[in-house]
Design a protein around this ligand. Structure first.
Ligand code: PGA
Length: 237
């Protein structure tokens, strides 16, 4: 069974959420985590789904206008949170230090960070994928309480693949996933789940599912289309 995490970004408006919910309500809940826009988290609380946020404040709860603190999201039953997504890094100047603070706060609050890492097209063309990805992981985790690091899910998301319909080959995904797992095991003695993300859809899921070492998928665009998402979840059971 592979884990499916839906990252709905800020695509859906309220009426689209209502119809999404109708279709998704009987989905198998064992291998699925939904990360809707935070304003809709409560809309899903009666479905018994595992829920995640797409971002969290690096600050404690308090005087931080516009932010969502770890304590707040935890208090409404959310146990997962995406951190370090490339859109946060590129559009909102989130640094690796910010990401580390967020990971640390989530772990302290017994929540599961979903840490995104991945290279740009240029870095890939310069054969830097492995170096970039492992540096990002190390930068976000070094110095944190090693006993808690096993609770992190890693999402390998090549930036050039997000929303483009272009994905790496299976051997490429397999190679980097293996490198990530070996690195985490050697450095922190951890056996983290490692997901693939970037243009996952029902068109490529059968092919991707052939990669045994990948533990699941972080899915953006396709997670906003309820029927496609259900089909993908079924194929991952
Ligand atoms: P995508 O996004 O599936 O639309 O490529 C993935 C992500 O950004 O997590």
């Amino acid at each position: 069974m592979k884990l499916v995490i839906g990252n709905q970004k800020s695509y859906l408006e309220k009426k689209e959420i209502d119809s999404f919910k109708q279709v998704i309500k009987d989905v198998n809940k064992d291998n699925f985590i939904l990360c809707p826009s935070s304003i809709y988290l409560n809309e899903f609380s009666d479905l018994g789904l595992l829920l995640g946020c797409q971002n969290v404040s690096k600050y404690d709860k308090g005087a931080t206008t516009g932010e969502l603190s770890c304590e707040q999201i935890k208090s409404i039953g959310v146990n997962f949170c995406i951190v370090g997504h490339s859109e946060r890094r590129q559009l909102f100047n989130e640094t690796i230090e910010d990401t580390k603070l967020k990971v640390s706060k989530l772990l302290e609050n017994c929540m599961t960070p979903i840490l995104c890492v991945g290279e740009t097209k240029e870095e890939r063309d310069n054969l830097k994928t492995r170096e970039i990805v492992l540096n990002e992981i190390e930068g976000a985790l070094d110095g944190l309480n090693e006993e808690l690091l096993n609770n992190i899910i890693i999402a390998y998301e090549p930036i050039w693949s997000i929303g483009t319909g272009v994905i790496p080959s299976n051997p490429e995904i397999e190679e980097i996933t293996k490198a990530i797992k070996e690195f985490l095991y050697k450095k922190y003695n951890c056996n983290n789940k490692v997901l693939y993300g970037g243009s996952v859809s029902c068109k490529n899921i059968d092919e991707l599912n052939l990669i045994d070492i990948v533990d699941g998928y972080l899915i953006g665009g396709a997670s906003t289309k309820a029927n496609e998402l259900i089909e993908i979840i079924k194929k991952c059971e």
